[in-house]
Design a protein. Structure first.
Length: 208
């Protein structure tokens, strides 16, 4: 019987590698399908809509992320591109999105859904673009940024818990071990292991 945290299946946006603010006109999904342990599949289109599909292809629910964000933040732009989704069983979904226009153009949002209900959203540092910058732990969500920092946010309300400065350059993709240890690679190929409270456990040089 599995005793560790649930397996997380993550999907990365096709547009994630693009740093421009223009939305693609191609009729493609902005996020590839992400399947959770309960066999639901979540897809997002170029207009910021997320749909939950059952294993037989029928639609379970749909949600417009821009509309939901406007309910929590009336001054936000509704021109939003979804960059990444991470799905857990039971309809728990976390993701990253970018505001493409308005006074917060270029802002990166970390958000959490409970099925078709937006629980919270918060602005985060621009994430690492060459991998998967998001990892989900038992109590927190971890985001690796281009400025070399790894930040932890409460799963329940999105409040930042801690920030760990790994280096001054982009990080590798973070991951969470069964015991809650967070692992991330930094500059010079060093592997950092952090406790759930953000304290460093050890650093290992892979160039030894």
């Amino acid at each position: 019987m599995r005793t560790g945290p649930p397996i997380i299946l993550i999907s990365v946006a096709l547009a994630l590698s693009s740093c421009g603010s223009q939305r693609s006109n191609r009729p493609l999904l902005s996020v590839a399908p992400s399947a959770a342990a309960d066999n639901d599949v979540y897809v997002a289109d170029q207009f910021g809509r997320i749909r939950a599909l059952r294993s037989d292809g029928s639609v379970q629910w749909n949600l417009s992320l821009p509309d939901e964000i406007l309910k929590l933040e009336p001054t936000a732009s509704n021109d939003i591109r979804i960059d990444l989704l991470a799905a857990l069983s039971g309809g728990k979904i976390f993701g990253l999105a970018t505001q493409l226009s308005g006074h917060n153009a270029g802002r990166t949002l970390l958000f959490a859904l409970d099925a078709n209900h937006l629980l919270w959203q918060t602005g985060v540092s621009y994430p690492e673009q060459n991998g998967v910058p998001l990892a989900i732990g038992a109590d927190a969500v971890y985001v690796a940024a281009q400025d070399g920092a790894l930040s932890a946010y409460e799963r329940g309300d999105g409040k930042q818990i801690w920030k760990y400065q790994v280096g001054q350059a982009a990080l590798g993709s973070p991951t969470v071990g069964a015991d809650g240890t967070i692992y991330v690679t930094g500059p010079n190929y060093n592997l950092h292991a952090l406790a759930p409270d953000g304290n460093q456990r050890w650093v290992f040089s892979t160039q030894k």
